[in-house]
Ligand binder design. Structure first.
Ligand code: HEM
Length: 223
């Protein structure tokens, strides 16, 4: 039944060459866990991706209840935690995942650095990686404000004041970030939009480039 459905789709869309090109490859010996000499450090990039996927899924469910305005944001998060079925679990996944993704991404970066995998012909992928790093940190910064509690408010105040310390453009940067001269309603909607629309779009494009480049150059050889 499944085979017949697949063949029916394949006859019409010719999908076999597409997925074979993407997924039908031998894993190099130094990466293959079946090989005793392989190293586990090569799984860090894939694990980072796995956490990114769980962040996107848990974030999608949180957005069903979260309300991005200063009167309701705090109570909507409290409602998710106290009332919604499995809300505490989903929120917990998103909360802990946010730290875990940064740790995993950093370990992945260390692997790439210490195996010299950033060298030619993979320099451009390192540059894309650095942009991904900035985007992931921005996810953390914008997400931190969303619960709209004391910790969120003051952490963002500190962040905005740091931005204002940048020479020459600092004061403008702070206004751009906060949406005004103080942290308030406009900051919250701005951070929400950046967190759920701008950054995911940027991350998808960058990860697409990252994976295309990995596919083109292949995983770097052993040290
Ligand atoms: C969301 C964050 C990221 C994800 C999901 C991700 C994912 C991956 C995956 C799955 C690979 C294949 C090899 C492996 O798993 O180690 C890889 C390779 C690579 N990544 Fe990342 N990465 C991320 C961030 C970064 C960052 C921050 C950098 C560097 C600044 C970076 C630089 C590279 C380079 C240069 C390669 C090629 C290494 C090789 O061919 O051995 N990546 N990445």
């Amino acid at each position: 039944m499944i085979k017949r459905t697949y063949d029916w789709i394949d006859e019409r869309l010719n999908v076999t060459p597409l997925w074979r090109d993407l997924a039908d490859h031998d894993v190099p010996a130094h990466v293959n866990p079946a090989n005793k000499m392989s190293s586990f450090v090569y799984c860090f990039g894939g694990l980072t991706f796995l956490i990114i996927v769980t962040q996107i899924l848990s974030g999608m469910f949180l957005s069903m209840y979260y309300v991005p305005d200063i009167n309701n944001a705090y109570y909507s998060v409290k409602y998710i935690t106290d009332q919604v079925l499995l809300g505490q679990v989903v929120r917990g996944m998103h909360f802990w995942g946010a730290s875990l993704v940064i740790i995993m991404m950093f370990l992945h970066m260390l692997r790439v650095f210490f195996t010299g995998a950033y060298k030619a012909p993979r320099e451009l992928n390192w540059v894309v990686g650095v942009l991904i790093f900035v985007v992931v940190l921005a996810f953390g910064f914008t997400g931190y404000l969303l619960p709209w509690d004391q910790k969120a408010y003051w952490a963002t105040s500190v962040g905005a004041n740091l931005a204002s310390a940048v020479p020459f453009i600092g004061p403008y940067l702070k206004i751009l970030l906060a949406g005004g001269s103080t942290i308030g309603a406009l900051t919250l909607t701005r951070f929400f939009a950046i967190h759920v629309f701008f950054l995911p779009a940027a991350l998808l494009v960058l990860l697409g480039l990252h994976f295309i480049m990995i596919r083109k150059a292949g995983i770097a050889g052993p040290m």
